[in-house]
Design a protein around this ligand. Structure first.
Ligand SMILES: C[S@@+](CC[C@H](N)C(=O)[O-])C[C@H]1O[C@@H](n2cnc3c(N)ncnc32)[C@H](O)[C@@H]1O
Length: 229
């Protein structure tokens, strides 16, 4: 039986046709079983996947993974989980993890909206990062933007008290939308003050951002903290 268009879930991504390079394909074959956590619609057992229980940072849509790799290398005392559906990007990050012999960085290759809803306990994540999500600029595509009130409400439940949600975009209209959605989530507090973007965000430059800056794009960062109960 085929799905009617109205039955299809609205996804925030399209699987891009770009092929993996030779080294990405090799990394996907050689390192998938060691560093990719298979998606199951059940809670993750972090003790099974990481050597120690430590602070956990989750990045959604890491793209080619360069900035996530840098963060995990720079902070060996924390655990990192990257969620991405683009296989060449997963291959690139797997290559980096193996090359640097990292034990604190794992990957899930699945729709992050399902991973966040089904795999994490409430208050189990210390930092949630979504850098340069697809802006879906056409009005009829706005429903595909990953930052929506309902998803942000879900993200906020997964953050530990004092945990941080950090978003960045180079698309002004999306930055305004992000600000409106985050400021309307009652459990989140803007680090920079009401309605203000963060001037000095602590994060490496991403690949997508690098391309945008070369084209003269501005960048907006939003850093919000989960309030205590
Ligand atoms: C515009 S790219 C930005 C990549 C990277 N953060 C950067 O700044 O270079 C957005 C990425 O998010 C991924 N993505 C979008 N929706 C996703 C979802 N629901 N689950 C997992 N990944 C998603 C896409 O595959 C894409 O690689």
């Amino acid at each position: 039986m085929s799905l009617k268009p109205s039955d299809r879930p609205i996804r925030s991504f399209v699987i891009r046709a770009s092929r993996a390079t030779g080294s990405q394909r090799k990394a996907l074959e050689q390192h998938w079983d060691t560093h990719v956590i298979p998606y199951e619609a059940g809670l993750l057992d972090f003790k099974k996947h990481f050597a120690d229980t430590r602070q956990l940072t989750v990045e959604i849509g890491f793209g080619m993974g360069d900035s996530l790799l840098k963060m995990a290398q720079a902070d060996p005392q924390s655990n990192f989980l990257g969620i991405e559906v683009h296989r060449p990007g997963v291959g690139k990050l797997l290559h980096g993890i193996a090359q640097h012999n990292l034990h604190n960085l794992k990957i899930m290759c699945h729709d992050a909206t399902e991973v966040i809803a089904n795999c994490f306990d409430p208050q189990s994540v210390d930092r949630l990062l979504i850098f340069f999500p697809d802006p879906w600029p056409k009005k009829r595509h706005h429903k595909r933007r990953i930052i929506q009130a309902e998803f942000v409400e879900l993200l906020a439940t997964r953050l530990a008290e004092g945990g941080v949600l950090h978003l960045a975009t180079d698309w002004e209209a999306y930055a305004l939308h992000m600000m409106e959605v985050l400021e309307n989530e009652p459990t989140l507090i803007n680090w920079s003050g009401a309605g203000k973007y963060c001037d000095s965000p602590a994060r490496p430059e991403t690949k997508f951002e690098h391309r945008g800056r070369r084209l003269g794009h501005r960048v907006w960062d939003l850093v919000f903290e989960k309030a205590g109960s």
